[in-house]
Each structure stands twice: as structure tokens, then as C-alpha cells.
Ligand binder design. Structure first.
Ligand SMILES: NC(=O)c1ccc[n+]([C@@H]2O[C@H](COP(=O)([O-])OP(=O)(O)OC[C@H]3O[C@@H](n4cnc5c(N)ncnc54)[C@H](OP(=O)(O)O)[C@@H]3O)[C@@H](O)[C@H]2O)c1
Length: 212
């Protein structure tokens, strides 16, 4: 657990941050100088993805609704696209990597957004199916998806980046177990900014809650 954050913030890290890390570093092979578009940049996975991509040295275009423009900017995004007013498949910019962190991008249109041999990576594990990957390959781009794997080494990496303040943990709100239904309802709106956390042990959580 990073020394500079609360238990509530720490609880928000494993699933979402490791999904973003494994998608960008391992599936997309994101490198310094690459241009990456992150669809769903304001969500749990997306907010980590923006910061991880910046830490890996990429130029980041964040896609979210207009209300989250400042939020994704505060995470370090270099450019912004508001999907409410712009069709992201119609833009003229071509990316090395497109990470769909919320599974809303029509993957078959990957070629319209990617450079030749660019990589589309999705949080939807179904897109790993060989026939779908073949369709993409035949059209000059790579289709990848992931099913996140638990990894102590990856948690160490995130811990270091958080302690070095390359990455911050965005928690929209935390709820007591008694209010878990409320948390689920909020999650189902698909409007959560960052992550929601349910606190099982209030006393433990508040022992380091000052940072979050
Ligand atoms: N494959 C795996 O191993 C794995 C692991 C973890 C999670 N997942 C999946 O990853 C996805 C994301 O999870 P999450 O917890 O990060 O989701 P989340 O936090 O609930 O996503 C909420 C965010 O989605 C954005 N959003 C909603 N509709 C959008 C659209 N049409 N275009 C762009 N952004 C949109 C919202 O931003 P606005 O309000 O600005 O629209 C909001 O900030 C889920 O489908 C989850 O099941 C997969």
C-alpha cells in the first residue's frame, strides 16, 4: 500500500489500475512518444489509464463527456474530445493506440482512428477471439483485449508511481456497507468519476482517511 494515501484510496487501486496498466503496457505495448486515445478517461479504469500512459511517456487524448473536461485535464491529458459533440471516429488524427476503457467504441471502426499497425485494446474480453482479431489484422491494425490478472509486481509498480506522485487515485465517494445499494445504483448510472469504494471496517478506514 502506498504510504501517501488512505485505505479508502488504496482499495480503489487493484482492479482498475492493474486493468489499465496491463492493457497499455502489455497488450498495446505503449511506448514513449506514442499517441494514445483513451475512451472513457474519467471512469475508474480510464482515470488510471490517462496517468499511466503519461507516466510511460505517451501523448494522451482523453475522451469523456464535457462535464469531465477539467477532471481529465487534471490527470495530465494533453488533448480532449467530448464524445457528446464530436464523433471520435470522424476526427483526422491517427493514433498508435486506442484504449477503450468503457467498452463503448465500435471496434470495427478501429481503422478510422488508428495509424497503420496501430493497436486497439479493449476491456471487453470477447474481443480477444481469433476471428475478430483476424478481421482487424486483415485491415492493417491490431485488436487486443484483456482479462486483468492479479499481480504483486504490478501492484508494486503502481505503489511506486503513486508515492512518486506520477499517479493520483480518484475516488468519487465512499459508502458504508449499509449503503452498498446506493453505491450500486450510482455505479449503474455509468457516470462515476473515478472510483466508488465500499468501506467494511469504518474504524480501520478512518485510521488513515486523512489523505482521502
Ligand atoms: N477485462 C477486465 O479484466 C476488466 C477489468 C476491470 C473492468 N473492466 C470493465 O471496464 C469497464 C470500465 O470499468 P470502470 O469501473 O472504469 O467503469 P466506470 O468507472 O463505471 O465508468 C464510468 C465512466 O464511463 C464514462 N462513460 C460512460 N459512457 C461513455 C461513453 N459513451 N463514452 C465515453 N465514456 C463514457 C463516464 O464518463 P462521462 O460521465 O464523462 O460520460 C464515467 O466517468 C467496465 O465495462 C468493466 O466491466 C474489465
Amino acid at each position: 500500500m502506498p504510504a501517501n494515501i488512505s485505505f479508502v484510496q488504496a482499495a480503489a487501486i487493484p482492479l482498475t489500475a492493474l486493468t489499465a496498466l496491463q492493457a497499455l503496457r502489455d497488450k498495446a505495448n505503449l511506448k514513449q512518444g506514442h499517441h494514445v486515445m483513451i475512451n472513457g478517461a474519467s471512469g475508474g479504469v480510464g482515470s488510471f489509464a490517462v496517468q499511466i500512459a503519461k507516466t510511460l511517456g505517451a501523448h494522451v487524448t482523453a475522451v469523456s463527456s464535457g462535464r469531465n473536461r477539467d477532471f481529465v485535464g487534471s490527470l495530465g491529458a494533453d488533448a480532449f474530445v467530448n464524445y457528446e459533440v464530436e464523433d471520435i471516429t470522424n476526427g483526422s488524427t491517427r493514433y498508435d493506440v486506442l484504449f477503450d476503457a468503457v467498452n463503448t467504441f465500435p471496434w470495427r471502426k478501429g481503422k478510422q482512428v488508428l495509424r497503420r499497425n496501430g493497436t486497439f485494446v479493449s476491456v471487453n474480453p470477447i474481443l480477444a477471439l481469433p476471428p475478430l482479431r483476424l478481421v482487424a489484422w486483415a485491415n492493417g491494425w491490431r485488436l487486443r483485449s484483456l482479462f486483468v490478472k492479479p499481480s504483486g509486481a504490478d501492484l508494486e509498480t503502481m505503489c511506486r508511481w503513486i508515492e512518486e506522485e506520477h499517479v493520483q487515485v480518484a475516488v468519487e465517494q465512499h459508502y458504508s456497507l449499509a449503503h452498498a445499494v446506493e453505491a450500486h445504483r450510482r455505479s449503474e448510472t455509468q457516470r462515476v468519476r473515478g472510483k466508488l469504494v465500499i468501506v467494511i471496517n469504518e474504524q480501520l478506514a478512518s485510521s488513515r482517511a486523512s489523505a482521502g
